[in-house]
Ligand binder design. Structure first.
Ligand code: SF4
Ligand code: SF4
Length: 96
């Protein structure tokens, strides 16, 4: 272990490939609580500039994050309105 290195990592971690997710949002259900945005570990989401019929902004994929989602499903788990979910993209992968 190198001086100052405090964590162990697998020797082959660079060979790992994470799933890639496609994000789907149902804007009309969103109440702009931001849970999905704040809990996303990859900073995939940001708020829209437009509002839904109830006057709330909703999450959209941020600029430059089109292939960053790893389908961890945190966003759908924390959403109280069932307004967001992801689907794994077949044959695609994201490097760590
Ligand atoms: S599935 Fe995970 S990585 Fe993808 S947008 Fe939701 S929280 Fe972020
Ligand atoms: S967690 Fe759900 S309700 Fe809250 S901002 Fe995200 S999509 Fe909207």
């Amino acid at each position: 272990m190198l001086r100052g290195q405090s964590t162990r990592v697998p020797l082959d971690w660079k060979a790992a490939v994470l799933p890639q997710g496609q994000v789907y949002v149902i804007p009309s259900r969103c109440k702009e609580c931001r849970f999905c945005i704040d809990f996303c570990p990859r900073d995939v989401l940001t708020l829209s500039t437009e509002t839904n019929v109830r006057g709330y902004r909703y999450p959209v994929v941020a600029t430059g994050k089109d292939v960053a989602c790893v389908h961890c499903e945190f966003c759908s788990l924390v959403c109280p309105e069932y307004a967001i979910y992801t689907v794994e993209v077949a044959g695609a992968g994201v490097t760590p």
